[in-house]
Design a protein around this ligand. Structure first.
Ligand code: ZN
Length: 275
């Protein structure tokens, strides 16, 4: 990496990988980088691969310059080695919180318990901050040339990476990881334009931000179920099943492959998806 690739950012020096932050986000960048270091170590050992990793922690004024997702706040990769995440709370995260009065009382209570602030507001930043590890899962996938035969399966893989890492490295964060996706997955689907895995495959992020978020939440819920049924081995087997293979598989062939080479709960995401 050239020294002046990010001329307006500050380089944090305590890490063995490049970490750059906008002025004012250094403290948040430090904690994101520690999480990335721990997750890289945990997943590196589980998946027997060590991807390169650059981390950019950005304030809104640097987002357009260095990120390549239009909305400030969405963690993503900007190339196959680089993660870009927000360094502060933002309108995108706040906009993802449904008002308590539209939720069933139990769901409203769960959201308050997981994300409630002293002033009564809901703050989803602990959830969105953790998604950095999902994005790190993509770096593993790209650099090891793990060729998942479906986009949804790659997203599910990243969510299993994230879930496994939280269980292993920061179990106190499990309520923050699980509550929001479970709440979204439980909401009615009447207003969703797209609901099938075929639609997701065809349109991917073009299903729209809200609808994409719903798919991801279902993948989070599935990742939890898969991890609880199959442990780290389910993740390892899924990884090995598609490492450097680029076979074309029909849904039937894929279901059999997932059941036999990965875990039956992963097959169920495909065969029991419909809502
Ligand atoms: Zn992803």
């Amino acid at each position: 990496m050239s020294l002046n690739q990010y001329p307006n950012l500050i380089e944090l020096s305590d890490f063995q990988f490049p970490v750059y932050a906008s002025a004012g986000t250094e403290q948040q960048a430090q904690s994101i980088a520690v999480r990335c270091r721990n997750a890289h170590e945990f997943l590196g050992s589980a998946l027997e691969f060590e991807p390169q990793m650059n981390v950019l922690v950005l304030a809104p004024e640097h987002w357009n310059e260095y990120a390549n997702f239009p909305v400030y706040g969405m963690p993503h990769y900007t190339d196959e080695r680089t993660l870009a995440v927000a360094g502060q709370d933002n309108g995108f995260w706040r906009g993802m919180t449904p008002p308590a009065e539209v939720l069933p009382p139990e769901a409203a209570q769960a959201m308050k318990a997981a994300y409630g602030q002293p002033d009564g507001s809901i703050n989803l930043s602990p959830f969105f901050d953790m998604l950095t590890v999902h994005e790190l899962g993509h770096l593993f996938q790209f650099q090891a040339k793990c060729q998942f035969p479906r986009l949804w399966l790659a997203e599910l893989f990243c969510n299993i990476c994230l879930h496994a890492n939280v269980v292993a490295r920061e179990p106190e964060q499990l309520p923050a990881l699980e509550t929001f996706p479970q709440m979204v997955a439980n909401l009615g689907v009447a207003e969703l334009r797209y609901r099938s895995l075929e639609d997701f495959e065809r349109l991917y992020i073009d299903v729209g931000a809200q609808n994409y978020g719903w798919y991801q939440c279902r993948f989070h819920v599935a990742a939890k179920r898969i991890y609880e049924a199959g442990g780290i081995e389910a993740l390892q087997r899924l990884w090995k099943a598609f490492l450097q293979s680029d076979e074309k598989l029909s849904d039937e062939q894929l279901a059999a492959r997932l059941r036999e080479d990965a875990h039956p709960e992963i097959e169920r995401v495909l065969t029991a998806w419909s809502v």
